[in-house]
Each structure stands twice: as C-alpha cells, then as structure tokens.
Design a protein around this ligand. Structure first.
Ligand code: WQD
Length: 334
C-alpha cells in the first residue's frame, strides 16, 4: 500500500516508516518538524535502502495538505501528528485543541474529498479513566485529566462518529502504553526537544552524563517497590503493531491496546538501564508528580487475538537499544 504518515519523522512515525518500507509498502512522511528533524527521512532511507518522500506540512495548512493528496494516490493514512506533552497541554490548552483537533479535522476532510477512507490513529493509554482497574481493557471507560488526553479522547469520538455515518470508513485506534527504545541501528530514536519529560529519555541523558541525576517522582505508591509502574513497549514492537493494524484493516472501528501486559517500576527501569550502559546511574527520590498514577499497564489480549500481535522485546532490550541510540545516533542527530 501507499501510506501517508502524518508526523512521519517523529519517534513512532519514523520507526513505523522503516517497518512499512521493509515490508514492501510505500510511504510519504508529512511533518511540520515541530518535534523532529528533516534529516530523519534520510536516516530512514539509510536503514531501508529505499527512497522516502518527506514533505514539510502543517495539518493546519489545509491548502498544503490538499496538495499532498493531489500529488499522491494514498491507500491509507497513519495519523501520528500531534502535540503530546501532558504538562504543556495544561499550560496551553488552546494550542493543543487547535493543533490536535483542527489538524485532524483538516486531514479527515482531505481524506474524504479524495476517497481515502482507511485510517490508523495514534491514540494513547492516557484515554483511559484514571479510576479504571489495571490491566486496562479496550472496553473500559475513557476520560482524561488534561487537555492532551482530552484531544485523544475527542479524536477517537470524532472517528467513531464519522465511521458510523459513513460505513465506507475503516478505522483502527491504537492505544499506546509507554513507547521506549530505538531502532537497533542507532540511526533513529527518541529525540525530544529540550529536557525530557518522560522517564527513559531522561535516564538516557543521566547515563550519558548530560544531566546530573534521575529524580524518582515518589516512592510511596502502592506498588511492589513504591515507585510508579508502567507498561514499557519497544518502539520496534509498536511499529510492527501499526503494520499489522494496517494489513488487517476492515470497515468500521477497531480499538487495540499496544502494550506488553507487563508492568515495570521506575527502579526496574533504572536497574535495567544500568545493566545496559554498564555503570551506575545517580538517582534520588523527589516528590510525586501531580496527576501521576501508581500503576498503568495493558491487557494485550485483543491485539494478540485479532492482529496476531505479541511483543518480542524485553525491558533490557529496550534499554540497550535506547543506550545505543543515545551514544551513537542521538549525538549525530543533534
Ligand atoms: C513514567 C514513570 C513517573 C520522569 C506519559 C504521558 C502519556 C504518554 C506516555 C503520550 C511515572 C516516573 C518520570 C522522571 C520519574 N504520552 N518518572 N522521573 O507519565 O506514564 O506517560 O508518556 O501519549 O500520555 O502521560 O510516562 O515516562 O513521564 O513516566 O520518576 O523524570 O516514571 O512518575 O511513574 P507516563 P513518563
């Protein structure tokens, strides 16, 4: 298939582009480069040996988006593009609602005008209400506690309503848990702007000596070692999950968790990263981060049953690939 990847030079988008190209699909990477670099497209080519079309596009620029749909015959779209920092969304709700919701509506209008009605959407475990029991199942109630999470809940609803009104639409909602790691080549990986908000990119910079120490946000949670538990999934597993979702897409709306089904604590991650990098990583306990939950992890059974998707990488694999990216590719990408 020929697939448009919005946000295609981002962390998940670039790894999915590699997965699709390696499987014989063609991709066009559209990105506004607000949280990625154009050079990522060259690295995707270096990994796959295949030319990649990359275009600087902002989904708020409807005319530019329409031109992309006139220039290419897409069979499907994977929609990654969106602002995704929880804390920033609280400070800038209007920017988040405009960028994520209006950008998505522009995309859907262009898709419908050109008869492109297969869409895989980059959703998130953040859509689950925080009072759900773990492991989270796809039929559990949704609701958010921050504007970023609400944009994901609202876009899922837009897609369900659209598919209900026009049965020709085929939609898959993929709810990611905590994507980490990097392509084994070390050429692409998580490359956040500024000081990382998320745990593993922060640990990576402490391991590399760029930041002084890891702050463990609370060690008094009701978890085995008192630190927060999450379901970390290797970005290579996640990319394969997108390919399987695309290759099994069908009319209507399907919703799948993409997670391992296993929870790992902050201290588990630090220990795995120390094994991966070969030296101790300084860490100290800090106050809890507002809004954090004790435990979040997936029930992965539905994706296993319907997509044949099961994760293959361990937490140590994820840390080893993250460390390889941090010590080779990330520096070169700077
Ligand atoms: C993981 C654990 C922290 C940083 C976020 C978004 C979510 C999704 C994935 C987009 C928690 C602890 C963290 C640090 C720490 N993004 N921590 N010190 O919060 O589970 O999910 O990213 O969809 O929407 O909310 O990920 O990596 O920020 O935190 O102790 O410096 O690590 O308390 O327990 P989170 P995270």
């Amino acid at each position: 298939m020929t697939v448009l990847l919005t946000g295609g030079t981002g962390f998940i988008g670039s790894h999915t582009a590699v997965e699709l190209l390696d499987a014989g699909h063609a991709v066009v990477l559209a990105d506004n480069y607000s949280n990625s670099k154009p050079s990522v497209a060259d690295r995707v080519t270096a990994i796959t040996g295949q030319a990649v079309v990359a275009q600087e596009i902002d989904l708020l620029d409807r005319a530019a988006l329409e031109r992309v749909f006139q220039e290419h015959e897409f069979d499907a779209v994977i929609h990654f593009a969106g602002l995704k920092a929880v804390g920033e969304s609280v400070a800038k709700p209007l920017e988040y609602y405009t960028n994520n919701l209006v950008g998505t509506l522009n995309l859907l209008q262009c898709m419908r005008a050109r008869g492109v009605r297969r869409l895989v959407f980059s959703s998130s475990a953040t859509v689950y209400r925080s009072d759900n029991p773990v492991p989270y199942r796809e039929d559990y109630p949704t609701g958010a506690t921050n504007p970023y999470g609400w944009t994901k809940v609202m876009i899922e609803q837009q897609l369900r309503d659209l598919a209900a009104s026009e049965p020709a639409w085929s939609v898959v909602l993929l709810r990611y848990f905590n994507p980490i790691g990097a392509h084994p080549s070390g050429l692409i990986g998580e490359d956040p702007n500024g000081i990382p908000n998320n745990l593993v990119p922060f640990v990576a910079k402490v391991a590399a000596g760029v930041l002084p120490e890891v702050r463990i946000f609370g060690d008094d949670y009701d978890t085995p070692d008192g630190t927060g538990v999450r379901d970390y999934i290797h970005v290579m597993d996640l990319a394969r999950g997108h390919r399987l979702a695309l290759e099994n897409i069908r009319p209507g709306v399907q919703t799948y968790n993409l997670g391992t089904g296993r929870g790992s604590s902050v201290r588990d991650v630090i220990a795995a990263y120390e094994e991966a990098c070969g030296h101790a990583i300084p860490a100290s306990v800090a106050p809890r981060r507002p809004g954090d939950l004790a435990s979040v992890y997936a029930d992965p059974a539905l994706a296993a049953r319907e997509l044949g998707f099961t994760t293959e990488y361990s937490l140590l694999d994820m840390c080893r690939d993250s460390w390889h990216w941090q010590t080779t590719g990330a520096v070169a990408a700077a």
